[in-house]
Design a protein around this ligand. Structure first.
Ligand code: FAD
Length: 442
C-alpha cells in the first residue's frame, strides 16, 4: 500500500475507491501462470486484502480480460476516473491503448501513474536517442534525476457498494503443477520485513559480499519489486546514504535501465537487440542437460538446481549459467529466458530478457564476445565449494574447492559419484564461439 501511486491518487481525489485487481486469463496461460509466480502473487493478494480491510475497504478481485473488467467495474461503481499504474511491456502498451479508447467511449477519465521504476522510462534520454543503450551514462543521469518522497498509504479506503468481486482462489484452482518446494513468502508484510532485515544487517556488506555464491549477502527483494509489494523508489529512499547504499542503488538502476530499453524496444523478448548473425546450435539433449542441472559442470548445475528448488538463483550463478547456455553450449538465449520465466519468482520481462541478451552478447554489453569460464568463476565466487555442495547432494562428500572439478578425482572416487561427465569441453567450445563471433564482426 505504501508508495502506490495509483491507489494514493485515487484515494486523494475520490471519496470512494474500488481497489481492483484482475487476474488476466490471457497472462495466466503463459509464464505468468507458472506456479512459483502464482504462489507469490496469491500471497500478495491475500496480504493486500488484509491491509485494505484494516482500512475499512476490501480488494475487488476479478478474472478475465483486464480492460473489460476494469470498464465493467467502473460502470458498476459509477466511477468518474480510473487510476492505473503504468507498465512497460508491449502487452501493457496495447492494454493501455484499449483501455484508453474504452474510457473515451464511456466518458471516464483515465489517469496513468508511474512507479514501476524509480525514473520513468523516457524521462531521461541521450541526445538524439529515445533510450539509453549503454549503462554508465544512464547511471550518471539517473543518479541526478530529482525524486520526491515516497507516498504514504491511504489511512482509509471506502469501497462503494454494488461492485462484484470474487474470492482469492487457491493455487490449486489455477494450476495443477506444483510450485518449487522452497519459495519466499509473498506480500507487502513479508516484503517489508525483508527490507528491514536487509537495512539492519545486509546492506553494509553488499559491496564485498554480493558476488559470494554461498552467502546470503543480497537483498532478495527482486520478487517484492516485481509484484509491487515494495516500490523501487521507496527501497532506494530507505537505503540511500547508508554504507552499501551506493552499490545497491546501482543495481536498482540496472533494473530501471532494462525497463527503459524494453519500453523503447517492445520486441526485446523475441528479437536480438543487436543481431550478431548467430546460428544457434539446435540440440535438445544439451538443452535438457542444462535445464536439469546435469551438464557435468558443478557450478552450472548448482545454479540450475537452486532455481528448481527455490524459484530463485543468485545473480552470479545466473551470469554463469546464462553464459554457459548461450556461449559455451551456443544454444539460443531464448531457450534460457523461457526456462527462467517459468521458474523464477522474480521473472520479469525487462530484467529477464535484458539480462539474457546482455550475457548472450546480443544486448547492451559493451564486450559482447566475452565468455565466462565456469571453473574460474567457481573458484573465485565459491572457493570452498559450499554453494555447490548445498545444491548437489551427489557431490556432498567431495571436500573443498575440489568439488568444482570432479573429473580430476581419483578414478575410484569418481566412479562412486552419481554425477555426469562434462557435456562439452568448455575451453574448446568457448574458442569456437569466439572464432565465430569475431569472424562475423571482423
Ligand atoms: P540484489 O543484489 O539485492 O539487488 C537489488 C535489486 O536490484 C534486485 O532485487 C533487482 O531488482 C535489481 N537488480 C540487481 N541486479 C540486476 C540486474 N542485473 N538487472 C536488473 N535488475 C537488477 N532480475 C529480476 O528481477 N528478474 C529477472 O527475471 C531476472 N532475470 C535475470 C536473468 C539473467 C540471465 C541474469 C544474469 C540476471 C537476471 N536478473 C533478473 C537480475 C538479477 O540476477 C536479480 O535481480 C537478482 O539476482 C535478484 O536478487 P536480489 O534481489 O537479492 O538482488
Amino acid at each position: 500500500m505504501l508508495d502506490q501511486a495509483a491507489l494514493a491518487s485515487a484515494a486523494r481525489e475520490a471519496e470512494r475507491v474500488v481497489p481492483l485487481f484482475v487476474l488476466d486469463e490471457a497472462l495466466l496461460r503463459g509464464p505468468c501462470g507458472a506456479p512459483n509466480r502464482l504462489s507469490f502473487l496469491l500471497d500478495s493478494l491475500r496480504d493486500l486484502e488484509g491491509s485494505l480491510r484494516q482500512r475499512g475497504g476490501r480488494l475487488v478481485l476479478r478474472r478475465g480480460d483486464p480492460v473489460e473488467e476494469a470498464l465493467r467495474a467502473a460502470a458498476e461503481a459509477g466511477a468518474e476516473a480510473i487510476h492505473l499504474g503504468e507498465d512497460v511491456s508491449g502487452y501493457a502498451a496495447r492494454r493501455l491503448r484499449r483501455l484508453r479508447s474504452g474510457c473515451e467511449r464511456a466518458r471516464i477519465e483515465l489517469r496513468t501513474l508511474p512507479g514501476v521504476t524509480v525514473v520513468p522510462p523516457g524521462a531521461i534520454v541521450p541526445q538524439g536517442g529515445d533510450h539509453f543503450r549503454v549503462f554508465t551514462p544512464y547511471w550518471r543521469q539517473w543518479r541526478e534525476f530529482p525524486r520526491g518522497a515516497p507516498l504514504k498509504a491511504p489511512r482509509r479506503v471506502r469501497v462503494p457498494g454494488g461492485v462484484r468481486g470474487e474470492r482469492i482462489p487457491d493455487l490449486r484452482e489455477l494450476t495443477t503443477a506444483p510450485p518449487s518446494p522452497d519459495l519466499l513468502e509473498g506480500g507487502e508484510t513479508a516484503a517489508r520485513r525483508r527490507l528491514e532485515r536487509w537495512l539492519r544487517g545486509g546492506l553494509t556488506g553488499y559491496e564485498e559480499g554480493h558476488d559470494v555464491l554461498a552467502a546470503a549477502a543480497t537483498s532478495r527483494l527482486s520478487a517484492d519489486l516485481h509484484f509491487g509489494c515494495l516500490s523501487p523508489a521507496a527501497v532506494l529512499a530507505r537505503s540511500e546514504g547508508r554504507p552499501g547504499g551506493e552499490p545497491f542503488a546501482r543495481q536498482l538502476c540496472w533494473r530501471d535501465f532494462h525497463h527503459q530499453v524494453l519500453a523503447a524496444r517492445p520486441d526485446l523478448p523475441h528479437r536480438d537487440y543487436r543481431p550478431r548473425g548467430d546460428r544457434w546450435r539446435r540440440d535438445r539433449n544439451l538443452a535438457e542437460a542444462w535445464r536439469e542441472g546435469l551438464t557435468g559442470y558443478p557450478i552450472v548445475d548448482a545454479g540450475m538446481r537452486q532455481l528448481a528448488r527455490k524459484g530463485f538463483m543468485h545473480n552470479r550463478a545466473r551470469l554463469i549459467v546464462a553464459s554457459f547456455l548461450s556461449k559455451t553450449l551456443y544454444l539460443d538465449w531464448r531457450l534460457g529466458a523461457e526456462h527462467f520465466a517459468r521458474l523464477l519468482v522474480d521473472a520479469d520481462l525487462a530484467n529477464n530478457c535484458g539480462n539474457w541478451q546482455w550475457v548472450a552478447g546480443t544486448g547492451n554489453d559493451t564486450r559482447p564476445n566475452r565468455v565466462l569460464n565456469p571453473l574460474r568463476q567457481a573458484h573465485r565466487f565459491d572457493p570452498a565449494g559450499e554453494y555447490v555442495r548445498r545444491y548437489l547432494p551427489e557431490l556432498s562428500g567431495v571436500k573443498g574447492g575440489a568439488v568444482h572439478e570432479p573429473w580430476r578425482l581419483e578414478p575410484a572416487e569418481r566412479r562412486r559419484l552419481d554425477y555426469p561427465e562434462p557435456v562439452v569441453d568448455h575451453e574448446s567450445a568457448a574458442a569456437e564461439f569466439r572464432r565465430f563471433r569475431e569472424g562475423r564482426s571482423g
